[in-house]
Design a protein around this ligand. Structure first.
Ligand code: FDA
Length: 454
């Protein structure tokens, strides 16, 4: 079958790209090996699809080229997607921090995208195994030629026949949740065309701690605490820093790429904060942290997992709204046991286990500590150091960090600079959103950008 555009992968990005290209009058074929359409949209947001975030900014995305996402995000905004929902009378509501969820189940979003594609004449082939991809480059224009030069052509062999087109869009997503249909297909296509890929790792994923280190805490499974978790700096906490951490509304941030070069900017972020102190970089998130039998989970941990580097510690401020050095000092004549005192903020079980593990300081009545020990306890409470041994991997990760190296792509169209007609969109690209609807917003925005260009 011949068409203007072939899109491989009918998830969020592929469907958006298909409907946009179809609406422009392009003939579009959408291929997917899965039986069910857009399984990741269906399971997203706990089944209610956190489809965007009103506060979407480039700073909410991780990439070795942090500016790459700017163009696409600016041209397809959360409001554009909301307008589409309004057109289809789909109800939604805001949870915390600008996160928009469907009132009904995620299926309404899938149905909306399917209808838009059908109305735009997109031909969709599910249960379609993809074989070889062959490419005929555009022939050079001969001097004095009178006829219009031919375009490049892609030939895609599949279990449902041969497909040919002048544009090929790869929208096959990342590696997370393999039983949802995720495969490394997109990375293999990149390799075929000698397009570089940045390092891949699971993101938005629970973290594990070596069983021997975690033994005392494993009994606390299910305990959830409101914390600030940080990665990238020591425990040093000036009063000024603590104030910055607590003021969720206004933050001074700077961004680094993978080689540690600094890209300075000042921004507001409600979900997280990046700071540069003395040339060192720190990423922090405030939110719930859940203790599990294998380590740590919960929104704050999922967020930091995308930044965490193997072998390095996390610093967890267990009482971000308190100045524990001052509070403990006020208690210096109290006969209360430390763990009982802390139980006003923590579940008693956590307080007891945590105090029993305090390095160099026993769990004693508060009047038995000297100034140095009180400061040490406060420092531990504001900077509990946990070194994860790993992540729970792609089976539990929401996203894949890393992907198609953005230096190989046009930020405006997502087309490969060295392979005219070949596009990569969505999660397969080295652009990863934080938790909170950003990943789907990137899928919509990158799908839209390519859909306008193919
Ligand atoms: P996506 O993975 O959606 O689609 C890829 C498509 O390619 C699939 O249909 C797949 O079958 C197909 N494919 C793969 N390999 C193929 C091959 N070899 N041949 C043919 N087809 C192939 N994000 C967010 O913003 N809000 C949220 O609430 C959530 N919640 C969430 C929950 C869970 C459990 C997960 C795992 C992920 C999320 N996410 C999320 C992340 C979000 O779902 C994800 O980033 C986007 O769906 C990515 O969209 P893509 O279109 O790039 O890939």
């Amino acid at each position: 079958m011949k068409s203007d555009v072939i899109i491989i992968g009918s998830g969020a990005a592929g469907l958006m790209c298909a409907m946009q290209a179809g609406q422009r009058g392009r003939s579009v074929v959408l291929l997917d090996h899965a039986r069910k359409l857009a399984e990741k949209i269906r399971i997203s947001g706990g089944g209610h699809c956190n489809f965007t975030n009103l506060n979407t900014r480039p700073e909410n995305f991780i990439s070795s080229n942090p500016d790459f996402c700017r163009s696409a995000l600016a041209r397809y905004t959360p409001q554009d997607f909301i307008a589409l929902l309004d057109k289809h009378h789909i109800g939604y509501h805001e949870k915390t921090l600008g996160q928009l969820f469907c009132d009904e189940e995620s299926d309404v979003i899938i149905a909306m995208l399917r209808e838009e594609c059908e109305a735009a004449g997109v031909k969709r082939f599910m249960n379609c195994e993809i074989g070889d991809i062959n490419y005929t480059p555009r022939p050079p224009v001969e001097e004095g030629a009178m006829t219009r030069p031919k375009l490049q052509a892609f030939h895609v062999g599949t279990s449902r026949g041969e497909f040919n087109s002048e544009s090929l869009v790869i929208a096959t997503g990342g590696l997370s949740i393999p039983n949802s249909g995720a495969t490394p297909f997109g990375y293999h296509v990149a390799e075929q065309f000698a397009i570089p890929i940045t390092k891949l790792k699971p993101g938005l994923v629970p973290l594990s701690v070596a069983p021997a280190d975690w033994k005392p805490y494993a009994s606390l499974t299910g305990v959830s605490l409101d914390v600030v978790v940080s990665f990238g700096l020591g425990t040093t906490k000036s009063r000024r820093e603590q104030t910055d951490m607590q003021g969720a509304a206004q933050r001074v941030t700077k961004h680094t790429n993978e080689v540690g070069e600094e890209r300075a900017s000042t921004q507001r972020s409600k979900s997280g904060a990046q700071q540069v102190i003395g040339g060192l970089h720190k990423q922090s998130f405030r939110g719930n942290m859940l203790i599990t039998h294998r380590g740590l989970s919960g929104p704050a941990i999922l967020q930091i997992s995308s930044y965490w580097q193997h072998g390095k510690p996390l610093h967890i401020n267990l009482l971000p709204d308190c100045d524990m050095a001052a509070l403990l000092s006020e208690q210096k004549t109290s006969k209360k046991l430390l763990s009982n005192y802390l139980a006003q903020w923590f579940p008693k079980s956590f307080s007891e286990v945590w105090c029993a593990q305090l390095p160099g300081v026993e769990n004693r009545p508060l009047n038995q500590y000297n100034d140095r020990q009180r400061k040490e306890i406060a420092a531990q409470l504001h900077g509990w150091q946990v070194t994860p041994s790993g992540t729970l991997g792609y089976t539990k990760a929401e996203v894949t960090c890393g992907g198609i190296d953005t230096r190989a792509l046009s930020s405006k169209t997502l087309e490969c600079i060295d392979v005219p007609g070949l596009y990569f969109i969505g999660e397969v690209v080295d652009v990863t959103g934080q938790l909170g609807g950003y990943n789907l917003q990137w899928a919509w925005a990158s799908g839209f950008a390519a859909g306008q260009a193919v």
